[in-house]
Unconditional design. Structure first.
Length: 301
């Protein structure tokens, strides 16, 4: 009898689906944190496969900063409609209006750090005890420290020195009242794995990820899209550039790359030769060497 061996992508898919099913079996109110980026889109696709032909048995949560790319919001709403799942939206603007957070000012102002309060409030409001996200260990050094099951205390905080062992893919989801978990089913995937899987599965993506022309400004080496959310410096010049995005976040902090990669084959070829991480284009990660880890410790994604 001929033996069948799983391909690399099939192994990663099987692992992620196993983790997603473990979450549903261990927790009472899981959810999927959805940003509209490629990783969370892949996670939604995996969730659909995990429970097919039934619908995804948990809601999608989007923390809306109000500074999103319009293409991202349009894609989010279309995908939710196709999947037939509940969408929960946490509003950073509402957190600002309620006085829970204070908006930054100045040319480098960002709402990225403000998301933490809105996220924790949303998880508490809907009693979410396991929030799945599309973070991967290859993205950033702080994320490389994560397990699949990332325990958070009653304040939503993460302790990188107190991670639970996960020998033989045994996951410990036990928690005290008020605590919760962040779960990362595609932790072992790389950026290349994600793109190859998207191509293999024919997964739709927002147009942002493909080469297009956009009015941009270059700030501290980062290509930012011109928008109403960015305050230009006197010396900054807006020019039309041919760009695409490797990661999807807020308009004031998400950098583009100059590229003519307008299809998946070209993107995969481009990723294969690049020497910078996809988060290397994120202006918020340049605020300090431990910017991501500091945010994670306070309750960030």
């Amino acid at each position: 009898m001929a033996q069948y061996y799983l391909s690399h992508l099939e192994e990663l898919e099987a692992e992620a689906i196993f983790v997603i099913r473990e979450v549903v079996s261990q927790f009472e109110k899981p959810a999927l944190l959805f940003s509209g980026g490629k990783d969370s889109i892949v996670l939604a696709h995996l969730s659909k496969k995990a429970f097919y032909p039934s619908r995804i048995p948990f809601p999608l949560i989007h923390i809306d900063t109000g500074h999103n790319f319009p293409e991202t919001i349009a894609f989010r709403d279309d995908l939710v409609n196709k999947l037939g799942v509940q969408l929960i939206v946490g509003s950073v603007q509402q957190s600002i209006n309620d006085g829970k957070v204070r908006e930054e000012t100045g040319v480098n102002a960002s709402r990225n750090a403000l998301q933490t309060v809105t996220l924790l409030d949303t998880l508490e409001k809907f009693k979410i005890d396991a929030a799945m996200g599309g973070a991967r260990r290859d993205e950033e050094k702080a994320r490389a420290k994560e397990r699949f099951f990332s325990h958070r205390d009653e304040f939503g905080q993460w302790d990188p020195k107190n991670q639970r062992p996960e020998l033989w893919n045994l996951f410990n989801g036990k928690k005290h009242l008020g605590e919760h978990f962040r779960i990362f089913p595609i932790s072992n995937w790389t950026e290349m794995d994600v793109w190859q899987y998207i191509q293999n599965q024919n997964i739709d993506l927002p147009s942002l990820y493909f080469s297009h022309q956009r009015e941009c400004v270059v700030r501290d080496g980062v290509i930012l899209a011109k928008s109403e959310f960015i305050q230009l410096k006197p010396e900054e010049e807006v020019k039309t550039m041919t760009v695409r995005y490797r990661t999807c976040g807020d308009m004031p902090i998400t950098g583009a790359v100059e590229s003519d990669a307008d299809d998946l084959d070209k993107i995969i070829a481009e990723v294969a030769t690049t020497r910078t991480t996809e988060r290397g284009t994120r202006a918020d990660d340049k605020r300090g060497e431990t910017a991501m880890e500091d945010r994670k410790k306070s309750g960030y994604f």
